[in-house]
Design a protein. Sequence first.
Length: 40
Amino acid sequence: MGVKKEGEKYKCDICGNEVVVTKVGGGELVCCGEPMVLQG
């Protein structure tokens, strides 16, 4: 799943890191070797 819009929040289910998108560049967010999960 790639980043689609500003303001999306992603979370790592392994370590708990959270990321809020401020600029869309496409691609997939990965943490701890696994794709991050879109919240909400």
